[in-house]
Design a protein around this ligand. Structure first.
Ligand code: AMP
Ligand code: GLY
Length: 423
């Protein structure tokens, strides 16, 4: 099979790493990819949202399967484009339709879906510029802290959590005034949930589903979960506190109603559902849906799937996940993200990276890397994810930290406390 992966981060390198191992994979392409994917596949300089260019490439190279990494092409309707284009109709695209992707593309839509299908989530109301006064009044009825969410995609920056009521009212005015462009034309205000976060990943073929390993990521830049939000500074899988009782509640109250909701609404969905959860006391609540895998969660979830990933995706496309023999590795996985100094604010690129070849017992997934004049250099905020598998998460974390010490680039930074809150 000829396979194309869309995206360029650690998530996509992990997909490529697993797919390259498959006996079914003949030629593997990644668009646009990074230095890590270039070593195991062919990188193609295509934009993930340029559907015409992707279409032409898929036809030219006789691509049989397309795996979509990031949300943007999904929200823009890449799955619909493939379905509606006669010469692409037989290509197995892994990713939901535009209507399905709205679960991530619109927070308001996601909340309505949860309400409709009785899926536990924080109480909310949504507001526009016209209802600013009502929005401020709604804030007065809530307890601090206040959670304000831009409805649309805002590159992970659209959620504000504010302690002071007046500041929250002011922030609402700014958001509705265009702070996040069109993404904040509508703002969802919701009740603050106090608990510990975890994520559950589900792969669905539209009829059946498989629950993938759980994971927990560390979003803040600073140790002790302080400082600015990032895409994620590390992750572990499975989540140690996600015991059988919690997982059963999640499956019964959240996963099943979500998949049934998609079916009832006749939404074409062949892809990942990433369910961001908060455990309040012993009860799980949904804080968000994403319609793709997480990054860096992929770097710990996929290495724990033993079944050939191409078989998994083929079953997803052919709606036969119910008969797929799906095997998981009992080992725990941890990944630590190595980033450019300054990230998530301004940072420099082009720093020479050394030491990778000395790492033997961890997997090095590239995120923001490139080859410049034959040399491996940094090319983004998040640069490399070092994943380890071991008998338990503490051992896995330790192995990653030992191996990170072998890496070097100017300004390199990483959190030294991944897993700190689980003691
Ligand atoms: P989201 O983009 O919806 O995942 O929100 C980003 C982050 O904000 C989440 O990972 C949580 O840490 C936090 N968050 C979102 N909604 C709530 C809520 N209702 N209560 C507490 N924290 C929240
Ligand atoms: N690590 C969080 C995300 O991928 O959205």
């Amino acid at each position: 099979m000829n396979i194309l992966i869309l995206g360029s981060g650690g998530r996509e390198h992990t997909f490529a790493y697993q797919i390259a191992k498959s006996n079914h994979c003949k030629n593997l392409f990644v668009a646009p990819g990074n230095a890590g994917t270039a070593a195991i596949a062919t990188n193609i300089a295509l934009s993930v949202t340029d559907f015409t260019a992707i279409e032409n490439f898929v036809v030219e190279k006789d691509i049989n399967m397309v795996v979509v990494g990031p949300e943007d092409p999904l929200v823009l309707g890449i799955a619909n484009h493939f379905k509606d284009t006669p010469r692409l109709q037989d290509v197995m695209l892994i990713g939901p339709s535009k209507k399905g992707a709205l679960l991530e593309g619109s927070k308001e839509r996601a909340k309505e879906f949860m309400l409709q299908h009785k899926i536990p989530t924080a109480a909310y109301k949504s507001f526009t510029k016209e209802s600013l006064t009502a929005g401020k009044a709604f804030l007065e009825t809530l307890k601090a802290p206040y959670v304000l969410k831009a409805d649309g995609l805002a590159a992970g920056k659209g959620v504000l959590i504010i302690k002071d009521l007046n500041e929250a009212k002011e922030a609402l005015g700014k958001m509705l005034g265009g702070q996040f462009g069109d993404a904040s034309n509508t703002v969802v205000i919701e009740e603050f949930l106090d608990g510990i976060e975890l994520s559950v990943f589900v792969l669905t073929d539209g009829k059946n589903y498989k629950i993938l390993p759980t994971a927990k990521d560390y979003k803040r830049i600073g140790e002790g979960d302080t400082g600015l939000n990032t895409g994620g500074m590390g992750a572990i899988s499975p989540v140690p506190f996600a015991d059988a009782t919690l997982l059963e509640k999640i499956e019964e109250r959240i996963v099943k109603p979500t998949i049934n909701g998609l079916k009832k609404e006749k939404i074409d969905y062949k892809g990942f559902v990433f369910i961001g959860l908060i455990k309040v006391g012993d009860e799980p609540y949904v804080i968000e849906y994403n319609v793709r895998m997480g990054d860096p969660e992929t770097e710990v979830v996929l290495p724990r799937i033993k079944t050939d990933l191409v078989d998994v995706f083929k079953a997803t496309y052919e709606q036969s996940l119910d008969t797929l023999n799906f095997e998981l590795d009992e080992k725990a996985a941890a990944t630590i993200m190595v980033v450019s100094g300054g990230y998530p604010e301004a940072y420099e690129k082009g720093k020479i990276i050394t030491g990778l070849e000395t790492i033997k017992d961890s997997i090095v997934f590239h995120a923001g890397t490139a080859i410049s004049d034959g040399t491996l250099v940094t090319n983004g905020g998040r640069v490399i994810a070092v994943t380890s598998l071991d008998l338990d998460y503490k051992k896995a974390i330790k192995k990653s930290y030992q191996n990170i010490e072998k890496l070097h680039f100017d300004t390199m930074y990483y959190r030294k406390d991944i897993g700190f809150d689980l003691e």
